[in-house]
Write a protein that binds this ligand. Sequence first.
Ligand SMILES: Nc1ncnc2c1ncn2[C@@H]1O[C@H](COP(=O)(O)OP(=O)(O)OP(=O)(O)O)[C@@H](O)[C@H]1O
Ligand SMILES: [Mg+2]
Length: 157
Amino acid sequence: MLEFELDTEASTLAFARALAAVLEGGDVIGLEGGLGAGKTTFARGALHGLGVPDDAAVTSPTFALLHHYEGRLPVAHADFYRLAHEAELEELGVDELVEDGAVLFVEWGRKFPGMASRTVLWVELEIVSDVARRARLRPQGGGGDAIIDALGKRVRS
Ligand SMILES: Nc1ncnc2c1ncn2[C@@H]1O[C@H](COP(=O)(O)OP(=O)(O)OP(=O)(O)O)[C@@H](O)[C@H]1O
Ligand SMILES: [Mg+2]
Protein backbone atom coordinates (compact mmCIF):
# COMPACT_ATOMS: atom_id res chain seq x y z
CA MET A 1 0.00 0.00 0.00
CA LEU A 2 1.25 3.50 -0.85
CA GLU A 3 -0.20 6.56 0.83
CA PHE A 4 0.06 10.17 -0.39
CA GLU A 5 -1.18 13.52 0.81
CA LEU A 6 -2.61 15.57 -2.05
CA ASP A 7 -2.65 19.10 -0.67
CA THR A 8 -4.33 20.78 -3.60
CA GLU A 9 -6.27 19.82 -6.71
CA ALA A 10 -3.07 20.53 -8.68
CA SER A 11 -1.24 17.89 -6.58
CA THR A 12 -3.95 15.36 -7.39
CA LEU A 13 -3.69 16.10 -11.11
CA ALA A 14 0.13 15.86 -11.01
CA PHE A 15 0.07 12.63 -9.01
CA ALA A 16 -2.46 11.07 -11.39
CA ARG A 17 -0.20 12.01 -14.31
CA ALA A 18 2.72 10.26 -12.62
CA LEU A 19 0.62 7.13 -12.20
CA ALA A 20 -0.48 7.30 -15.84
CA ALA A 21 3.14 7.14 -16.98
CA VAL A 22 3.54 3.61 -15.60
CA LEU A 23 0.25 2.13 -16.85
CA GLU A 24 -0.06 -0.41 -19.63
CA GLY A 25 -2.86 -1.45 -21.96
CA GLY A 26 -5.41 -3.64 -20.20
CA ASP A 27 -4.87 -2.08 -16.77
CA VAL A 28 -8.10 -1.45 -14.85
CA ILE A 29 -7.81 1.21 -12.16
CA GLY A 30 -10.58 1.43 -9.57
CA LEU A 31 -11.23 4.93 -8.22
CA GLU A 32 -12.95 4.79 -4.86
CA GLY A 33 -14.11 7.38 -2.34
CA GLY A 34 -17.31 9.22 -1.49
CA LEU A 35 -19.09 11.92 -3.47
CA GLY A 36 -16.68 14.74 -4.29
CA ALA A 37 -13.63 12.83 -3.09
CA GLY A 38 -11.87 13.59 -6.38
CA LYS A 39 -12.31 10.44 -8.48
CA THR A 40 -13.20 12.30 -11.67
CA THR A 41 -10.48 14.88 -11.01
CA PHE A 42 -7.96 12.05 -10.60
CA ALA A 43 -9.16 10.44 -13.84
CA ARG A 44 -8.77 13.79 -15.64
CA GLY A 45 -5.11 14.02 -14.58
CA ALA A 46 -4.43 10.41 -15.51
CA LEU A 47 -6.11 10.71 -18.92
CA HIS A 48 -4.05 13.77 -19.76
CA GLY A 49 -0.99 11.89 -18.53
CA LEU A 50 -1.84 9.10 -20.95
CA GLY A 51 -1.68 11.59 -23.79
CA VAL A 52 -5.32 12.58 -24.15
CA PRO A 53 -4.91 16.21 -25.34
CA ASP A 54 -4.94 18.73 -22.49
CA ASP A 55 -7.70 20.69 -24.16
CA ALA A 56 -9.96 17.61 -24.36
CA ALA A 57 -12.70 18.04 -21.78
CA VAL A 58 -12.77 15.15 -19.34
CA THR A 59 -16.23 15.24 -17.81
CA SER A 60 -17.94 12.87 -15.44
CA PRO A 61 -19.45 9.86 -17.22
CA THR A 62 -22.32 9.86 -14.74
CA PHE A 63 -25.02 9.57 -17.41
CA ALA A 64 -23.21 8.01 -20.37
CA LEU A 65 -21.55 5.57 -17.92
CA LEU A 66 -18.50 5.25 -20.19
CA HIS A 67 -16.43 7.79 -22.11
CA HIS A 68 -13.76 6.83 -24.64
CA TYR A 69 -10.54 8.71 -25.39
CA GLU A 70 -7.40 8.18 -27.48
CA GLY A 71 -4.02 8.83 -25.92
CA ARG A 72 -0.77 6.86 -26.27
CA LEU A 73 -3.17 3.97 -25.60
CA PRO A 74 -6.93 3.77 -25.93
CA VAL A 75 -8.44 4.94 -22.65
CA ALA A 76 -11.90 4.76 -21.10
CA HIS A 77 -13.40 6.38 -18.03
CA ALA A 78 -16.48 4.83 -16.43
CA ASP A 79 -18.77 5.76 -13.56
CA PHE A 80 -21.01 2.95 -12.35
CA TYR A 81 -22.79 4.93 -9.62
CA ARG A 82 -26.02 4.72 -11.58
CA LEU A 83 -25.51 1.20 -12.91
CA ALA A 84 -27.95 -1.15 -11.24
CA HIS A 85 -27.14 -4.55 -12.74
CA GLU A 86 -23.79 -6.11 -13.39
CA ALA A 87 -25.15 -7.58 -16.65
CA GLU A 88 -25.15 -4.06 -18.11
CA LEU A 89 -21.36 -4.13 -18.06
CA GLU A 90 -21.57 -6.58 -20.92
CA GLU A 91 -23.68 -4.19 -23.00
CA LEU A 92 -21.14 -1.45 -22.38
CA GLY A 93 -18.42 -3.71 -23.82
CA VAL A 94 -16.13 -3.37 -20.83
CA ASP A 95 -14.46 -6.77 -21.33
CA GLU A 96 -13.72 -6.10 -24.99
CA LEU A 97 -12.20 -2.73 -24.16
CA VAL A 98 -9.80 -4.24 -21.68
CA GLU A 99 -8.98 -7.20 -23.92
CA ASP A 100 -8.28 -4.78 -26.79
CA GLY A 101 -5.64 -3.07 -24.65
CA ALA A 102 -7.41 0.01 -23.31
CA VAL A 103 -6.61 1.47 -19.92
CA LEU A 104 -9.83 1.73 -17.94
CA PHE A 105 -10.58 4.03 -15.00
CA VAL A 106 -13.69 3.07 -13.07
CA GLU A 107 -15.56 5.03 -10.41
CA TRP A 108 -17.79 2.93 -8.14
CA GLY A 109 -16.47 -0.33 -9.61
CA ARG A 110 -16.21 -2.11 -6.28
CA LYS A 111 -19.93 -2.75 -6.11
CA PHE A 112 -19.74 -5.24 -8.98
CA PRO A 113 -17.71 -8.39 -8.24
CA GLY A 114 -16.88 -8.99 -11.91
CA MET A 115 -15.53 -5.46 -12.27
CA ALA A 116 -13.71 -5.61 -8.95
CA SER A 117 -11.97 -8.85 -9.90
CA ARG A 118 -10.53 -7.27 -13.08
CA THR A 119 -9.13 -4.29 -11.16
CA VAL A 120 -5.34 -4.27 -10.72
CA LEU A 121 -5.07 -1.14 -8.59
CA TRP A 122 -7.44 0.60 -6.20
CA VAL A 123 -6.99 4.32 -5.69
CA GLU A 124 -8.92 5.24 -2.55
CA LEU A 125 -9.46 8.96 -2.11
CA GLU A 126 -10.45 10.52 1.16
CA ILE A 127 -11.45 14.12 1.88
CA VAL A 128 -9.04 15.78 4.33
CA SER A 129 -10.18 19.40 3.93
CA ASP A 130 -11.77 21.71 1.33
CA VAL A 131 -8.58 21.56 -0.71
CA ALA A 132 -6.76 18.43 0.42
CA ARG A 133 -7.21 14.73 -0.19
CA ARG A 134 -5.45 11.55 0.93
CA ALA A 135 -4.82 8.79 -1.61
CA ARG A 136 -4.22 5.17 -0.66
CA LEU A 137 -3.09 2.91 -3.48
CA ARG A 138 -3.78 -0.78 -3.00
CA PRO A 139 -2.52 -3.22 -5.60
CA GLN A 140 -4.55 -6.28 -6.44
CA GLY A 141 -2.50 -9.12 -7.92
CA GLY A 142 0.83 -9.06 -9.76
CA GLY A 143 -0.17 -6.33 -12.19
CA GLY A 144 -0.91 -4.01 -9.30
CA ASP A 145 2.37 -4.80 -7.55
CA ALA A 146 4.30 -3.90 -10.71
CA ILE A 147 2.47 -0.56 -10.98
CA ILE A 148 3.20 0.27 -7.34
CA ASP A 149 6.90 -0.62 -7.76
CA ALA A 150 7.27 1.51 -10.88
CA LEU A 151 5.35 4.42 -9.37
CA GLY A 152 7.30 4.25 -6.12
CA LYS A 153 10.57 4.57 -8.06
CA ARG A 154 9.24 7.54 -10.02
CA VAL A 155 7.92 9.55 -7.12
CA ARG A 156 10.97 8.89 -4.91
CA SER A 157 13.55 9.78 -7.58
N1 LIG B 1 -6.81 17.94 -3.47
C1 LIG B 1 -7.88 17.78 -4.26
N2 LIG B 1 -7.92 16.77 -5.16
C2 LIG B 1 -9.00 16.60 -5.95
N3 LIG B 1 -10.11 17.37 -5.95
C3 LIG B 1 -10.13 18.39 -5.09
C4 LIG B 1 -9.03 18.64 -4.21
N4 LIG B 1 -9.34 19.72 -3.45
C5 LIG B 1 -10.55 20.12 -3.83
N5 LIG B 1 -11.05 19.34 -4.81
C6 LIG B 1 -12.38 19.51 -5.43
O1 LIG B 1 -13.18 18.42 -5.07
C7 LIG B 1 -14.09 18.13 -6.14
C8 LIG B 1 -13.91 16.69 -6.55
O2 LIG B 1 -14.90 16.42 -7.51
P1 LIG B 1 -14.86 15.13 -8.41
O3 LIG B 1 -15.96 15.27 -9.41
O4 LIG B 1 -13.49 14.87 -8.90
O5 LIG B 1 -15.23 14.01 -7.31
P2 LIG B 1 -15.80 12.54 -7.53
O6 LIG B 1 -15.14 11.72 -6.49
O7 LIG B 1 -15.64 12.12 -8.94
O8 LIG B 1 -17.35 12.70 -7.16
P3 LIG B 1 -18.62 11.80 -7.63
O9 LIG B 1 -18.75 10.69 -6.66
O10 LIG B 1 -19.75 12.77 -7.56
O11 LIG B 1 -18.36 11.32 -9.02
C9 LIG B 1 -13.79 19.12 -7.26
O12 LIG B 1 -14.68 20.20 -7.17
C10 LIG B 1 -12.36 19.55 -6.97
O13 LIG B 1 -12.09 20.86 -7.41
MG1 LIG C 1 -16.96 11.42 -10.37
